[in-house]
Design a protein around this ligand. Structure first.
Ligand SMILES: Nc1nc2c(ncn2[C@@H]2O[C@H](COP(=O)(O)OP(=O)(O)OP(=O)(O)O)[C@@H](O)[C@H]2O)c(=O)[nH]1
Length: 321
């Protein structure tokens, strides 16, 4: 790589499970027409549903497998970044979507270690309707707080699901957690493109450095969350179709303990062949909508919860078909 070569801008998208990260990434990829953006998607769980959902709207997706990017996949992320940096057709920007339980700042640091990259910013999405309740759960509080403290921009997303009081509470929580960090409210992760690519960064500490780039967040050395131990994932690849009415009923009556569930499932046969649906559940809300078949036409569903709270038996019973 030559000295004159421009550094590749890197943006990290973080935020808790289901806050709207993939929605933001897809929006950005759709809107940034003419730019070649490398999207690196890290999902938590054995199946990378996010990579499917991003690939459905955009071709240049690299799936990072293996769960929490900040603890486990340094090598995987490093390799993916080298691939991006050395690509024969240069990219204009790199976006990494962190998994919902990871610390986006750790990921930003991995990116900052590469002199070919320049960190544009860390955007952290918060589910405005669910975050305050989640932050009251002692087992989730630290993960949520660390994410918000990592942010250059906090997006209070899902504003449509929060009433005025809940929005005010979410704003107050974000302000107490990360005082002075810029914040916007959004629905469907509608963040103006200009904010994504020209984030105001704090003056200090953002140059690549070999070590000591930690932000002043209090977890720096306990990195508590051995996320692998704290969260549990479950996944299945149902062979049979599951009728949409059954899935809707399941969503309405989700067993307690599921923090996040998502998947691409075969829901039946129409005149033109198989019908597929995307299932989503986060916070307290679920949805089912028609989708294109995934690559390989293999159904997959992932659920995430706190260890010992995930209702594995109920999930098995429903999805094992
Ligand atoms: N009502 C509502 N739904 C939203 C909004 N933003 C996203 N969603 C939906 O919420 C669900 C989760 O959104 P994603 O973008 O997949 O969330 P995520 O943060 O990528 O989720 P994980 O990667 O699993 O942590 C999807 O069904 C989205 O369509 C919003 O502002 N309002």
């Amino acid at each position: 790589m030559t000295q004159e070569k421009k550094r590749l801008p890197l943006t990290v998208i973080g935020g808790f499970l289901g806050a709207g990260k993939t929605t933001l990434l897809n929006r950005w990829l759709r809107e940034a027409q003419g730019l070649r953006i490398a999207a690196l998607v890290n999902d938590f769980g054995a199946l990378n549903i996010d990579a499917e959902l991003v690939a459905a709207t955009h071709g240049e997706t690299l799936a990072l497998t293996n769960g929490c990017v900040c603890c486990q996949i340094g090598d995987d992320l490093g390799r993916a970044l080298v691939q991006v940096i050395e690509s024969a057709t240069p990219f204009d920007a790199v976006v990494i979507e962190a998994s919902g339980v990871s610390d986006p700042w750790r990921i930003a640091q991995i990116g900052m270690a590469a002199p070919e990259l320049s960190l544009e910013g860390v955007i952290v999405l918060v589910d405005a309707a669910a975050a305050v309740q989640q932050a009251h759960d002692v087992l989730l509080a630290d993960t949520l707080a660390r994410q918000v403290k990592s942010a250059d921009l906090v997006v209070l997303n899902k504003a449509d699901l929060a009433d005025a009081a809940a929005l005010a509470e979410a704003n107050a929580w974000a302000e107490v957690t990360a005082p002075g960090t810029p914040r916007i409210e959004a629905t469907q992760s509608a963040v103006p493109l200009a904010l994504l690519s020209g984030l105001p960064l704090p003056a200090a500490g953002r140059e690549p450095c070999a070590s000591g780039c930690e932000r002043d967040h209090d977890h720096a050395h306990h990195h508590a969350s051995d996320h692998g131990a704290m969260f549990q994932t479950w996944s299945a690849q149902p062979a049979a179709a599951i009728p949409a009415e059954l899935l809707r009923a399941w969503l309405r009556d989700m067993p307690p303990g599921v923090l996040r569930l998502k998947g691409l499932l075969r829901t039946g046969q129409g005149a033109g062949g198989d019908e597929w649906s995307e299932i989503q559940f986060a916070g307290r809300h679920g949805s089912l909508r028609k989708a294109r078949p995934p690559r390989g036409a293999r159904a997959g569903v992932v659920a995430i919860g706190l260890r010992h709270r995930l209702p594995v038996h109920a999930l098995e019973q429903f999805f094992a078909r």
